[in-house]
Design a binder for this molecule. Structure first.
Ligand SMILES: Nc1ncnc2c1ncn2[C@@H]1O[C@H](COP(=O)(O)OP(=O)(O)OP(=O)(O)O)[C@@H](O)[C@H]1O
Length: 610
């Protein structure tokens, strides 16, 4: 796969870059501390205590052996000191075990709490971003890697803390070894160099591989979803797609497996070679210590202390460097996570924002508006000029892809026009605070969300702060005809909707739409937008829903998109779009008299009903 190899090379992170990612570690720790300060400090204290125990225990071991040998040679045995030493070692062994367990427990608890915290922050951050950012595939890659941070990176904290703990152990053991035989340090350095080379060689490689595969992993997730979910099941079965989707999944995974296997094999191979060199140096030191003991320079106690310390030092130092690579790799994910949290959204400049008008006086004006979607060269809409008057009900009609929904997205500031401007009461809409501006609208999109939550929650989503206000929910349900759905369900408002969860009930398309319309009524919005909200309603329900809508929202400004002309004609005015341009605008009577596209489409549909 030459293409894949190239991407991996392009994504290759070197040791310096891995090292640089460590700058995010202090911020990471600040966040963990914020999650649970007392547990965090208890963890650090336990680790410091645990770190000084090994050298004390090795020293006690040496004292015990020396005392045993002394007592063997004594005629009159005085064992008090020996038993005291043994008791002290026993006490420390228990303490060390308890500390290790306590540390693991608090690591796990802190890790869980931090993982919840990061997931919540990712959800909140995602909602702050602009639609153009959300629709960008590079953004999804970043989001995917940030998400991995929430689940895969909890080990980072314990790794870093263990690193700190090990530094204390290493310093204390080094001090002990240096006090007896400074020359051993040279052998120690020789024994550890192979590990360092190995770690530098492979630094960042796992992350690089994972990074170069971010897109494919999303593709794999999608294929898994497409092949095995309730939403796709009907078509997968009917069209017999299961083998095809499973095959695509298998092919793509096999490529990843191949690369991952080759990396793992290289790591294991080089690791073994370097380890042989390191072990050789350790045995060199061991032989040296034995020689000096046989020569009578070291006692038997010294022999056990030094060989024990040397062995521990070597394994601690090895662990230190191996863990260092793991830490820098994890820190690279951390970098993705923080970069994601720090993403700013384009509209948020420092400019002072204006207060929204309490009551719309003039309305919205599109002036020469043209728009191309990001990374696209095609003008989706162009030269758009119209006035949505205050209190008016304006309908958009036009063929599929004419640009109706795009105009709504521009009106809602999901995107900025590529040219021209949109004004609200003579002021460009970007001058208003974006979040407050968007709160001005009650919108039901054609692809509205069917939340797999309770019916009550589904309606209350329109104004979630009012979820406890039963009379408001009742009234919204009544206005949208969703009351009929509520009364048919055994648990009424408490009914779990959708099939994903236990006792969930799925609804028909029209029933879901009635609930979605209730959301619009739930919110006492200044401007209402209904983008084909009634396409799944039967003819009687649709006419009723629209007539009610017009009556109930008197004085409110509204935009309605519909393909049914019987509905559209109820609006105050109708705007006909064709190929991204305004073809005609006027009342039903005016457009019929015009006898152009509107009249043609209207008559076409009317003829279909005769
Ligand atoms: N996120 C997007 N990125 C790029 N192009 C898009 C995007 N969304 C829509 N388009 C394109 O913009 C054009 C207008 O789409 P839009 O959804 O505004 O049409 P519409 O009039 O609402 O159509 P329909 O009646 O089918 O809902 C289409 O050609 C579509 O392919």
């Amino acid at each position: 796969m030459p293409r894949r190899k190239k991407t991996l090379e392009a994504n290759k992170i070197n040791f310096r870059e891995s090292f640089a990612s460590l700058k995010f570690v202090p911020r990471f720790f600040k966040e963990i501390r914020k999650v649970n300060p007392s547990l965090f400090y208890a963890n650090i204290f336990g680790r410091v205590l645990n770190a000084v125990l090994p050298v004390i225990m090795l020293l006690l071991g040496k004292l015990i052996i020396d005392e045993v040998i002394l007592q063997i040679g004594n005629e009159l045995k005085d064992l008090d000191r020996l038993w005291m030493l043994v008791a002290a070692e026993f006490g420390l062994a228990i303490l060390s075990d308890l500390l290790s367990r306590g540390i693991s427990l608090s690591d796990a608890l802190l890790g869980d709490q931090y993982s919840i915290d990061t997931s919540v922050r990712i959800i909140k951050k995602t909602s702050e971003l602009n639609l153009d950012q959300l629709e960008d595939s590079e953004f999804y890659d970043k989001l995917e890697r940030a998400r991995q941070q929430t689940t895969g990176r909890v080990g980072l904290m314990s790794n870093i803390l263990t690193q700190g703990e090990d530094v204390i152990v290493i310093i204390s053991l080094l001090a002990g070894v240096v006090a007896f035989e400074p020359w051993l340090i040279i052998l120690l350095i020789v024994s550890i160099i192979p590990t360092i080379i190995n770690e530098i060689k492979f630094s960042g490689t796992s992350y690089s591989l994972a990074r170069s595969w971010t897109q494919e992993r999303r593709e794999l997730d999608y294929l898994r979803y497409a092949g095995a979910s309730d939403v796709t099941a009907k078509e997968v079965k009917l069209f017999g797609l299961s083998d095809y989707l499973a095959g695509r999944f298998q092919n793509l995974s096999a490529k990843y497996y191949k690369q991952s296997k080759s990396l793992a094999k290289q790591r294991a191979g080089w690791g073994s070679v370097f380890n042989i060199v390191g072990t050789g140096a350790y045995y060199g030191a061991y032989v040296f210590i034995i020689f000096r003991t046989v020569a009578g320079i070291f006692s038997i106690g010294d022999l056990t202390f030094l060989s024990g310390s040397f062995n521990r030092l070597r394994s601690k130092l090895q662990g230190f460097f191996t863990r260092f690579t793991q830490i820098t790799e994890s820190a690279l994910y951390l970098q993705d996570y923080f970069e994601f949290l720090d993403l700013s959204f384009s509209n948020e400049n420092s400019e002072e924002k204006l207060e929204l008008p309490k009551e719309i006086k003039h309305g919205f004006e599109f002036k020469n508006v043209g728009f191309k979607y990001p990374k696209s060269e095609k003008w989706v809409v162009r030269n758009i000029n119209f006035h949505l008057r205050a209190g008016e009900k304006l309908a958009f009609v036009g063929e599929n892809g004419a640009g109706k929904t795009t105009l709504i997205k521009l009106l809602l500031q999901f995107y900025e026009p590529t040219e021209g401007e949109i004004l609200l009461d003579h002021v460009p809409i970007q001058k208003y605070n974006q979040a407050a501006y968007q709160q001005y609208f009650g919108v039901i999109f054609q692809d509205f969300v069917k939340f797999e939550l309770t019916l009550r929650e589904n309606i209350a989503m329109g104004e979630i702060r009012e979820i406890g206000n039963q009379s408001r929910i009742d009234s919204a349900a009544q206005k949208s005809l969703a009351q009929e759905v509520v009364s048919e369900l055994p648990l009424g408002y408490a009914q779990q909707l959708g099939k994903r969860f236990k006792n969930g009930k799925d609804l028909s398309g029209g029933q879901w739409q009635k609930i979605a319309i209730a959301r619009a009524y739930m919110k006492d919005a200044e401007v209402l937008i209904l983008d084909e909200p009634t396409s799944a309603l039967d003819a009687r329900a649709e006419t009723e829903a629209f007539q009610r809508f017009i009556q109930l929202t008197q004085g409110k400004t509204a935009v309605i998109i519909s393909h049914r002309f019987s509905t559209v004609r109820i609006a105050d005015r109708i705007m006909v779009l064709k190929d991204g341009q305004v073809e005609e605008i006027g009342t039903h009577q005016e457009l019929m008299a015009n006898d152009k596209l509107y009249a043609e489409l209207f008559n076409l549909q009317a003829a279909g009903y005769q």
